[in-house]
Design a protein. Structure first.
Length: 574
């Protein structure tokens, strides 16, 4: 029997296991999409306060809520996620999903991330999504398409007053990724399957196909592997729907096989630059294989340890056997692969690997959590290389959340903070000649970046960028009033590759102050954000003032605003 037959037998075995599990367990669940505005944040806060199950890691999203759960926090969320009078009989359900509408506005430059189908845009942009959820015995279907309309105005991008070497440096990252400045030369109107899926469900496990956004890792504002920053991609998945309990602790897991697309767009708004420096796409799609595991030890019930591994590769280079479909099960050291005669897979065939490890620790008595994620983009040659050079091709993320009780019932101060760092480490000085460094997180020479349709699948703040976010808010139920402080270091790897020794250029840094406002009325939830952004050395441009000894960059103000609406279809709130 060949390897293809071997894989078919395994699929049949999985289906048999699903059927057996269904005989032992007849459950019901409602899919809560990854990074759902207001509602996901509410559940995570309630978990810190001991009012939502501490079994869930919040490292694998979307996750699933049972309408039969008597937990008040779950019911509060479900009241906005299902119709008032759904069809609900034994093993048969039908519910309308809420109408979700988002409007964003950007002046002068694109800002903001984590917005699913929406694109980096200047001007107004609108997102709409709704649909239904249905289940018939083993079969579960969620149909929730998405639509966007974006004005997509032109804006000042990468300028013209740079040397050829500096232009080449800019295109080095554009050619090893897929992150165009502007996604069209006109307004954009787009419809997509969105947060839709079809699953065979057997108790705590589901096997299905989906175009939903997935989120791996503990981050609240960013994630190193998968977030909701890009358009969702079609994928087959085998997923746990609730923690699997064992004597050693709880496990959550997911394995995916997916298809990623490039934007096909030239990166610069300057066509002369594109004709000179841009390496065009050949139109092929990329195969993606990924695995997520979260372990919650029985002896440390508030600790969650996560592991993620992904491989992507242009389909034309992929070997059509078991190893080609499931590279996630291969060894981690290039030396072993080379000894086995597989070096061609990782060199000329351009497989791109990303691995992250993460943790999340809850302190329910202190209503506090701390979490972190560390990732590496490239294989080590061997274990010695990994131990001596752990900083190579890495990125990391750290964050926390703390809730302080106030005198009034159900009223709290919520403080959230997160730091995401993608910039190449000082390892670049030891590993590469000169001071220029090499590829950064989410880039790859042959696979052209960890992206879908021109947007990164993980960190949304920009390739080679670092961001620090702090939010302080007063919350009560689903309502929130707060402020947001954010600092964004844009494309730092490009800056040091191009301008590291040029005193007249300084890093492009954005400082922003935001106001947050969430309000719930009966069937409607509104979530608003306004950010005033002050850029320093925007696009690394020189300003009109200053001198050679004290150069002054171009330092404009910009505005970013967004409003999310969640409207529950089906009558007044329960």
């Amino acid at each position: 029997m060949g390897r293809d037959s071997f894989s078919i037998k395994h699929i049949r075995g999985i289906l048999l296991i699903l059927c057996l599990l269904n005989l032992c367990y007849t459950g019901d669940a409602q899919i809560l999409n990854a990074d759902t505005p207001v509602l996901e944040e509410f559940l995570r806060r309630k978990q810190l306060q001991g009012e939502y199950s501490a079994d869930y890691s919040f490292q694998l999203r979307p996750f699933f809520l049972s309408p039969k759960d008597s937990n008040e926090s779950v019911q509060t969320v479900l009241n906005y996620w299902k119709g008032e009078k759904p069809v609900e009989k034994k093993n048969v359900q039908f519910r309308f999903l809420p109408l979700i509408a988002t409007t964003e506005i950007n002046t002068k430059m694109p800002y903001g991330w984590g917005n699913k189908l929406m694109v980096p845009n200047v001007g107004l942009q609108t997102y709409l999504s709704t649909g239904f959820y249905a289940r018939f015995h083993l079969l579960e279907v969620q149909f929730q398409p998405e639509y966007i309309f974006a004005q997509n105005k032109s804006y000042q991008g990468f300028g013209t007053n740079f040397t050829s070497r500096q232009k080449y440096a800019r295109f080095f990252y554009w050619n090893n990724g897929d992150n165009p400045e502007r996604f069209s030369d006109q307004a954009i109107s787009k419809f997509w399957w969105g947060q839709s899926s079809a699953n065979l469900v057997a108790g705590p496990i589901a096997l299905g196909i989906s175009t939903q956004n997935i989120w791996w890792g503990p981050g609240q504002f960013n994630s190193l592997i998968f977030s909701d920053n890009a358009q969702g991609f079609p994928h087959i998945h085998l997923t746990t729907r609730k923690p699997l309990r064992t004597f050693a602790g709880n496990f959550e897991a997911q394995v995916i096989m997916g298809r990623l697309e490039n934007s096909g767009l030239a990166p610069s708004q300057n066509e002369e630059y594109n004709s000179m420096y841009f390496r065009k796409f050949d139109g092929d799609w990329r195969y993606l294989n990924g695995m997520h595991i979260t372990y919650n030890p029985s002896f440390l019930p508030n600790l969650f340890l996560g592991f993620n591994r992904t491989f992507q590769q242009y389909n034309k280079y992929r070997v059509k056997d078991f190893d080609g479909y499931f590279p996630i099960f291969e060894v981690f050291q290039k030396k072993t692969l080379f000894e086995n005669g597989n070096s061609v897979i990782y060199d000329s065939n351009g497989q791109d690997q990303q691995v992250t490890v993460s943790f999340r620790y809850l302190v329910p008595k202190g209503q506090f959590e701390i979490y972190g994620e560390f990732g590496r983009r490239d294989h080590s040659y061997d274990w010695r290389d990994f131990i001596l050079n752990p900083e190579h091709a890495r990125a990391y993320l750290f964050g926390f959340q703390k809730v302080f009780g106030l005198s009034e019932k159900d009223e709290y101060i919520q403080v959230r903070g997160e730091l995401t760092h993608q910039q190449e480490s000082v390892n670049r000085y030891a590993r590469y000649p000169g001071l220029i460094g090499n590829q950064t997180w989410h880039t790859h020479g042959l696979a052209r970046g960890f992206v879908n349709y021109g947007q990164t699948l993980g960190v949304g703040s920009g390739v080679g960028s670092n961001v620090q976010t702090l939010e302080i808010a007063k919350v009560k139920g689903l309502n929130k009033r707060g402020i947001l402080l954010e600092r964004l270091e844009n494309n730092q790897d490009f800056f040091y590759r191009s301008f590291g020794q040029v005193e007249s250029r300084r890093p492009w840094i954005d400082f922003s102050l935001g106001l947050l406002w969430d309000q719930q009325w009966n069937n409607l939830i509104i979530s608003g954000k306004m950010q005033l952004i002050k850029s320093f050395n925007y696009q690394w441009e020189k300003g009109d003032g200053g001198s050679s000894d004290f150069p002054q960059g171009y330092n404009p103000f910009a505005f970013y605003g967004s409003v999310d609406l969640i409207y529950r279809i089906g009558g007044s709130k329960n």
